[in-house]
Design a protein around this ligand. Structure first.
Ligand SMILES: CC(C)(COP(=O)(O)OP(=O)(O)OC[C@H]1O[C@@H](n2cnc3c(N)ncnc32)[C@H](O)[C@@H]1OP(=O)(O)O)[C@@H](O)C(=O)NCCC(=O)NCCS
Length: 168
């Protein structure tokens, strides 16, 4: 499937995206590191270290921030090389979920992807919420990686589903 990018002529960058009242999107950076790190610890079983997140932001990974007022509600971290973008992490704070925030951040990424041919990601096979989010936005499953995620406390590893969205 192929998706068209919308041009938001005359508007601020993502103001046309459908967000609940008092929520907004912006590009993030190193100044968001502490809040992003805290949310990543709450959101993932095995999250990145502070140092890994720091160096990702220092070396040019892209960050989309979703806020309610000045409070971090969610973020999307991605990396682009040539004409490919990889979604590295997306997380929404538990109290902010099911309001369309992850959908809006992913849509913002898609619509900022000038010159990008494909957006890719890996997701745990058990992560029904994330798989459903991406499917809703037109991502297709393109393969599996066996035992991609390291064993958890019970000693079980987990496969990753590869998903991708081809852009015009
Ligand atoms: C996955 C996650 C980012 C979704 O964030 P969210 O802001 O609640 O998602 P949205 O409200 O934008 O939902 C958009 C779509 O995603 C899907 N979805 C989101 N949460 C879901 C859930 N708990 N169960 C089933 N589908 C879900 C639905 O298709 C939803 O569309 P709908 O509301 O029309 O049904 C959030 O649950 C999260 O942070 N999880 C922990 C971190 C994580 O797993 N990240 C993904 C790693 S790849």
């Amino acid at each position: 499937m192929s998706v068209s990018r919308k041009v938001a002529a005359g508007k601020s960058r993502w103001s046309y995206l459908n967000l609940p009242d008092r929520y907004s999107l912006r590009s993030g950076g190193i100044e968001d590191l502490d809040a992003v790190y805290r949310l990543s610890r709450e959101s993932f079983d095995s999250s990145w270290s502070y140092e890994s997140l720091y160096s990702a932001l220092e070396t040019g990974y892209d960050l989309i921030i979703c806020e309610r007022g000045h409070e971090l509600a969610g973020y999307l971290l991605s990396m682009s090389i040539l004409d490919e973008t990889q979604i590295m992490q997306i997380a929404v704070g538990e109290q902010f979920r099911r309001r369309g925030l992850a959908e809006a951040m992913t849509q913002a990424l898609i619509e900022s992807s000038s010159g990008i041919a494909v957006i890719m990601l890996e997701v745990r096979v058990s992560n029904a919420a994330a798989r459903s989010l991406y499917a809703k936005l037109g991502f297709r499953e393109s393969g599996y990686r066996k035992n991609y995620y390291a064993p958890d406390a019970s000693g079980l590893s987990e496969d990753a589903v590869l998903m991708e969205l081809k852009l015009d």
